[in-house]
Ligand binder design. Structure first.
Ligand SMILES: [Zn+2]
Length: 122
């Protein structure tokens, strides 16, 4: 699947239900559910699930980047360098998003920008 999603249509400060995301991006609701399994952060404590616009954007950008330049384990995609980077000093911090999803955080070894990488719960 080499398709691009028009992430500019996603409003960062809005939250979306799965069906809205599907319609906005022209994918099936099953695809969106698969993204959640793949690590897309969603508010899953209530139904319908809510996906925050900025998290959806970040997730899709990361996927797009990963498709172009697959990340090796331990690598991060740096939005400053627009390239995969290894963490500065080899340090990664395991953390969670505000809704409790696992996430890795590190600093780019080239431009020292903070980088995050969503990790699937599996
Ligand atoms: Zn960088």
């Amino acid at each position: 699947m080499g398709r691009f999603y028009n992430i500019n249509r996603i409003k960062a400060h809005r939250s979306y239900v799965i069906e809205e995301v599907a319609e906005l991006l022209g994918v099936s609701p099953q695809t969106v559910r698969q993204w959640i399994k793949d690590g897309l952060p969603a508010l899953t404590e209530q139904r319908p699930y809510l996906i925050l616009g900025w998290q959806l954007k970040a997730f899709l950008k990361e996927r797009e980047a990963a498709r172009k330049q697959p990340l090796k384990p331990g690598e991060f995609y740096c939005t400053g360098c627009k390239a995969p980077r290894t963490p500065a000093l080899g340090l990664t911090e395991r953390t969670t998003t505000s809704d409790g999803r696992p996430m890795l955080r590190a600093f780019c070894n080239v431009c020292e920008r903070p980088c995050t990488r969503f990790v699937s719960a599996a």
